[in-house]
Write a protein that binds this ligand. Structure first.
Ligand code: NAD
Length: 363
């Protein structure tokens, strides 16, 4: 495991799990709990590392803070293929082993879903993103994060002189976040021109038929089986001609290797940490507005926190709209008036709230 760097915010606790018998290897990072018990998803991936989990946990600290939630940031990574045959057993063992780690409240993330959260909840009594049948607000089924991205787009578009009605959208990742973002953006008149998944991508500058694409993804498992489009590599969607680019899959896909080929005027970070720091600075120099992950994709965790506080889906959607719109205005305004990256402007606001809460605690 790589060395995770620490700073004034955390991480507070790093826990490694290993069970040879259950074939389970996992890491949980509780980054900061000054604002309350940490909330963050459980990522299941063969390549997830302690460093990635720590970076994601920090993103959650900032995201939960700026969204005004009574929660700190945490994250878990289970090092396994997402379609393992013994997934239920693996999750139940994972849950049993984190029973005492009550500063961490799990939620769904890449490779985990509401069913996994139900198993965790049965074993520990704490999890978010639960099925509706047991009183949860299944945030992926509701498309909470995609809804938040569409609200963010509505606020950000005028700053880059893009009309959302008719705007061309490219999506890297057509999972829970990508599909919901496409659907909510389509309701606001935007046109999906490209979409990718782990098998590849399709592009049609005139627009893809969203209903058909959703059917094809569901029926065949991949967007690449969509007919009326040019096929390309998954990463090629990042550089197609479009107005709005939404990375909604894996970390660090926008880097110095491809940043100069990006043609979008607005990037909404649906995925967590989808761009390297250098690439984000370069995007700003190129005049491309990039709304950072912990503002743009906060819809999921806002709904998770509302579920934890026993609020309704209606309350959750209102909170997502209000907070994401307000924060998008706030950080674009601050970044322009103080000549800072949107991420820097957002981090300053988020950290201030955490530091205030830390003053009241002795750790
Ligand atoms: P998901 O597992 O439902 O979907 C991931 C998608 O990415 C799939 O379509 C998969 O095929 C695709 N993908 C994987 N590797 C790829 C690659 N190399 N190139 C192109 N596509 C690839 O996951 P999700 O819930 O949609 O989450 C996506 C991202 O959004 C993650 O970074 C996650 O942390 C972040 N996020 C999710 C939520 C949420 O509410 N689900 C909230 C905030 C942030």
């Amino acid at each position: 495991m790589e060395n995770v760097k620490t700073d004034e915010l955390g991480p507070l606790k790093i826990t490694y799990l290993h069970s040879q018998k259950a074939d389970l290897n996992a890491v949980i990072v509780v980054d900061n709990t000054a604002l309350g018990p940490s909330i963050g998803g459980v990522r299941v991936s063969p390549s997830v590392s302690a460093l990635e989990v720590a970076r994601l946990a920090r993103t959650m600290t900032l995201k939960n803070s700026i969204a005004g939630l009574p929660h700190g940031g945490g994250k878990a990574g289970i090092i396994a293929g997402p379609r393992r045959a013994d997934k239920e057993h693996m999750f139940r063992v994972f849950a049993k082993l984190i029973r005492g780690l009550d500063e961490y409240i799990p939620g769904p993330d890449m490779g985990s879903d509401e069913q996994c959260m139900e198993w965790v909840h049965e074993e520990t009594g704490r999890a978010t993103g639960l099925p509706a049948e047991i009183g949860g607000l299944p945030l992926d089924k509701y498309g909470a994060t995609g809804f938040g991205l569409s609200e963010c787009a509505q606020v950000a578009c005028p700053y880059v002189e893009v009309e959302l009605e008719g705007a061309k959208v490219a999506l890297h990742g057509f999972g829970n976040v990508g599909r919901a973002a496409a659907s909510f953006l389509a309701k606001k008149g935007a046109v999906l021109v490209a979409a990718s998944d782990s098998q590849g991508a399709v592009f049609n500058g005139e627009g893809l038929d969203l209903e058909e694409l959703l059917e094809i993804k569901k029926g065949t498992g991949s967007v690449i089986n969509y007919g009326d489009a040019t096929r390309m590599g998954a990463e090629d969607v990042l550089t197609v001609p479009c107005d709005i680019l939404i990375p909604a899959a894996t970390p660090d896909v926008i880097s110095m290797d491809n940043v100069h080929s990006i043609k979008a005027r607005l990037i909404l970070q649906g995925a967590n940490i989808p761009a390297t720091n250098e690439a984000e600075q370069e995007l700003a120099r190129m005049g491309i507005l990039c709304i950072p992950d912990f503002i743009a994709n906060a819809g999921g965790v806002i709904m998770a926190a509302m579920e934890y506080a026993r609020k309704t889906a209606e309350d959750a959607f209102k909170a997502i709209s209000d907070r994401i719109r307000q924060n998008t205005y706030l950080i674009i305004g601050k970044s322009r008036s103080e000549n800072k990256l949107p991420r820097t402007a957002a981090e300053e606001i988020a950290k201030e709230r955490v530091f205030e809460a830390m003053k009241a605690r002795d750790y």
